[in-house]
Ligand binder design. Structure first.
Ligand code: BGP
Length: 473
């Protein structure tokens, strides 16, 4: 028998500034690293970028009206740091800050709780140029100052704050796989940047508490359980390695201020361990979050990997099924196909049971409430002649995943809410506009970019009903 969803469960949806706003250089906004990176030929799918995105900056009222029509209880969005501080520090750009002020007021006026992400990958180019962004300890102070501006301005109106979105992704894609800016492939630099990000995260959380900001704060982490391909003990060990490497390494530090020993030891052997200075551990331990934000898309299945020197895999950024190559880490694990799971056209496993397992693992390891800050299905959608979108595949996906959440609640996991990815269609960082996630279709194909008309998909109505009934239907 399933327990009901809590009464105040946040049925929400999500986005990120660079992926929806557009207006990349309007009203005093400075460039972010993404604004620059997409201008380097070959860095993104078909040279698409977020210059206009879905023009949420100018159409936020129309978008919020759609959210209200759907009955959303929460909307997660991110603040573009370089809109508020054009070079990352110094003078505030009041016009940029005012945009978020207006958006927050608009949401509240429609009974939608704002869930605010401080950082969703768009570090100001000014900080990258000045000192290499996350690679310098200066980022700790600058991120904290930026965060404090937002805490003070929006205190009392925002009750859920997300510090860093998917640190595991922006660090590994930025400094190892080179898919994201700054496009580096150097593990020593990667683990140093990561350590600075951990310190910045903890410092911002400390600042939040010092200022007496109301509400709850935590990071959003991209998590999926790591399975063993079979019960061979070496494969079980590989799955444990993968869980420690892909998950515990990142989340333990948030909660306990310490890296898991086995992985830290492995990093030391590679010569990649970050330098931990006096005072770091104290700061990290003080920065414990109130909740764990979880972005869940897929699981990974692993086998023993004795090979040395295997290169990195290749992501499917085209939507051509079967084009990704997953490799793993020599000595720790290698990634395998899971024979029980279907995949999307972008080769991501569809695994609602994995969500239940993941929520259970996080809840029992960290004893924190969980807010799902992203989960959804990226697929091709098509607009019919009657301007409808029959995305029953997305309804099916979301129904199964919301049932998995309900099962986790029944298992005793404290769940704060479910923010699906995404509300409107938006830019996928590496896949352009063809990989769609939204409840609201944004038409870029038939109209010119300036039109960007919104159409409600079938999934829009399905979620509307789910919210109304406070549970999957
Ligand atoms: C997460 C990001 C989101 C979003 C989502 C879907 O990693 O936090 O910003 O993009 O994944 O990913 P993709 O666009 O690659 O399909």
């Amino acid at each position: 028998r399933l327990s009901p969803f809590p009464k105040d469960f946040l049925w929400g949806s999500a986005s990120a500034a660079y992926q929806v706003e557009g207006a990349w250089d309007k009203d005093g906004k400075g460039p972010s690293v993404w604004d620059e990176f997409v201008r380097i030929p070959g860095t993104t799918f078909k040279e698409t970028n977020g210059d206009v995105a879905v023009d949420h900056y100018h159409r936020y009222k129309e978008d919020v009206a759609l959210m209200a029509e759907q009955g959303l209880k929460a909307y997660r969005f991110s603040i573009a740091w370089s809109r508020v501080l054009p070079t990352g520090r110094g003078e505030i750009n009041e016009q940029g800050l005012q945009f978020y002020d207006d958006l927050i007021d608009e949401l509240i006026a429609h009974n939608i709780k704002p869930v605010v992400t401080l950082y969703h990958w768009d570090i100001p180019q000014g900080l990258q140029d000045a000192y290499g962004g996350w690679e310098s300890r200066q980022i700790i102070e600058d991120f904290t100052t930026y965060a404090a501006i937002l805490f003070e301005r929006f205190n009392g109106r925002v009750h859920h704050w997300v510090t860093l979105n998917e640190q595991n992704v922006f660090i590994s894609h930025g400094y190892q796989l080179a898919y994201h800016p700054p496009g580096v492939s150097d593990e020593k630099r990667m683990y140093n940047a990561n350590h600075n990000a951990n310190l910045a995260n903890a410092s911002a959380i400390n600042k939040f508490r010092e200022l007496g900001t109301s509400g709850k704060i935590g990071p959003s982490f991209a998590y999926g359980p790591n399975y063993a391909i079979d019960a061979h003990p070496k494969n079980e060990l590989a799955a444990l390695n993968a869980e420690e490497f892909n998950a515990n390494f990142w989340m333990d530090i948030y909660v306990w201020g310490e890296y898991p020993k086995a992985i830290f030891h492995w990093l030391e052997e590679q010569g990649w361990a970050p330098e931990i200075l006096p005072g770091d551990t104290e700061l990290l331990k003080k920065g414990k979050p109130d909740f764990m934000g979880v972005n869940y898309y897929r699981t990974m299945t692993n086998a023993f990997n004795p090979i040395d020197g295997v290169g990195h895999g290749k992501m499917n950024t085209t939507g051509e099924k079967g084009t990704s190559e997953e490799k793993g880490v020599p000595g720790l694990f290698k990634i395998q196909d899971n024979p029980y799971l279907e995949k999307t056209n972008w080769d991501w496993e569809i695994d609602p049971t994995g969500l239940r397992i993941g929520l259970r693992r996080i809840a029992s390891r960290y004893r924190l409430p969980i807010l799902i800050t992203e989960n959804g299905l990226g697929e091709y959608d098509s607009l019919t002649d009657d301007k409808e979108i029959h995305d029953e595949y997305r309804i099916d996906y979301l129904r199964q995943h919301s049932l998995a959440i309900q099962e986790a609640i029944t298992d005793g996991v404290e769940m704060l809410g479910y923010c699906t990815w995404s509300f409107t269609d938006l830019l996928s960082w590496l896949n352009g506009y063809q990989k769609r996630y939204g409840f609201v279709y944004v038409d870029r194909e038939e109209n010119d970019e300036k039109e960007l008309k919104r159409y409600k998909k079938d999934s829009f109505y399905w979620y509307q009903k789910t919210i109304k009934e406070n549970g999957a239907n």
